[in-house]
Design a protein. Sequence first.
Length: 105
Amino acid sequence: MSPSTAASPRPSGNNQPTSYTTRWTHPTLPAVRALGTVETLGAAGLILPPLTGIAPSLASAAAIGFVLLQIGAIAVHLTGEDRRIALNVGLTATAAMTIWLATGL
């Protein structure tokens, strides 16, 4: 076995999770890919409408969606083995601040 394959962090060819992943975060799970797509589209929804001036209210809708997504992520983290939620709390606060600045609520 060569040193490069022994230290490789990539999943093996048998498509099984390796020691650095848990079952629900395995990169080939459709739900994880769908969540990544939702987060990417949400990021575009936060950035593009204010930059282009086209439908700027979409940024508020995207921020509300991010708050809901992060609340769900916190719930999943607290019910599972991984209880690290500091990043999720930070993202929730950032999205909530975006809503507050955009709408004046």
